[in-house]
Design a protein around this ligand. Structure first.
Ligand code: SAM
Length: 228
């Protein structure tokens, strides 16, 4: 059988139910359409907040939750991080895997739902970039991220802010998958205690972040929190 650019490589472990992940279809269609025209949905460059935040950080182990086509995971791996990149879209992962092969970097891709997937090991960094989940899904992903962090490890999150709909450029317009500074404070405060030390997450930074786009800007919200 001939492999298509959207086939999930056999070395990517999958936790997908037989019928596939409910909710991944929209992403699958977008990534598959891009891949079949030798293009991509997102740029090859890392998100600017991710790059600015992590450029001077000593590489360690990382999880990119909702990695899409892997732009941030690839950037981290090229800088020496050992990255596990998780997404529920098979075509997205297939594109990320193909790019990693082209660039000669090693990434452990996992086909899983970020709201239920549990990392088998603790890491130094969990990255969530524009995961676009509803409040319950985002809270679950943040809880699981806290559990996946080693003490002292960092959660780095960037998302579209609700204010982007009225004051920003581009991005999804469905408010149910956008978030706010207050909602992120509440989600972090609700993280159950994790690990033998019973630690949670301590916020280092949580604020709106204006990302320039053309003559305007997008309104993002960013969170950096450290596992106690
Ligand atoms: C806007 S894209 C961002 C991709 C990537 N983080 C980036 O910044 O380029 C959102 C990604 O989240 C993934 N996603 C959404 N819900 C998910 C879930 N419940 N589990 C795993 N991945 C999910 C989608 O498949 C998509 O690749």
């Amino acid at each position: 059988m001939t492999e298509t650019p959207t086939d999930i490589p056999t070395d990517i472990p999958t936790e997908a139910p037989a019928a596939g992940f409910p909710g991944s279809a929209m992403w699958d269609t977008r990534y598959a359409a891009a891949a079949t025209s030798a293009s991509s949905v997102w740029s090859l460059d890392p998100n600017e907040f991710v790059a600015a935040t992590l450029a001077d950080t000593t590489p360690g182990t990382a999880i990119d939750l909702g990695c899409g086509e892997g732009r941030n995971a690839l950037w981290l791996a090229q800088r020496g991080w050992q990255v596990t990149a998780v997404d529920f879209s098979g075509p997205g992962l297939a594109s990320g895997h193909r790019r990693a092969t082209e660039l000669g970097v090693q990434i452990d891709f996992v086909h899983a739902d970020a709201t239920v997937w549990r990392s088998p090991r603790q890491v130094d960094l969990v990255l969530l970039a524009y995961l676009q989940l509803d409040a319950a899904g985002l809270a679950a992903a943040i809880d699981l991220s806290a559990a996946a962090l080693a003490p002292g490890g960092r959660l780095v999150l960037v998302a579209h802010d609700v204010d982007n709909v009225s004051h920003g450029v581009g991005g999804p317009q469905d408010r149910s998958i956008l978030t706010t500074v207050d909602a992120l404070h509440a989600a972090v405060a609700a993280v159950p205690e994790v690990g033998a030390s019973g630690g949670g997450l301590e916020i280092e930074r949580c604020e709106q972040y204006l990302r320039p786009i053309g003559d305007g800007h997008a309104v993002d919200v960013v969170l950096i929190a450290r596992r106690i």
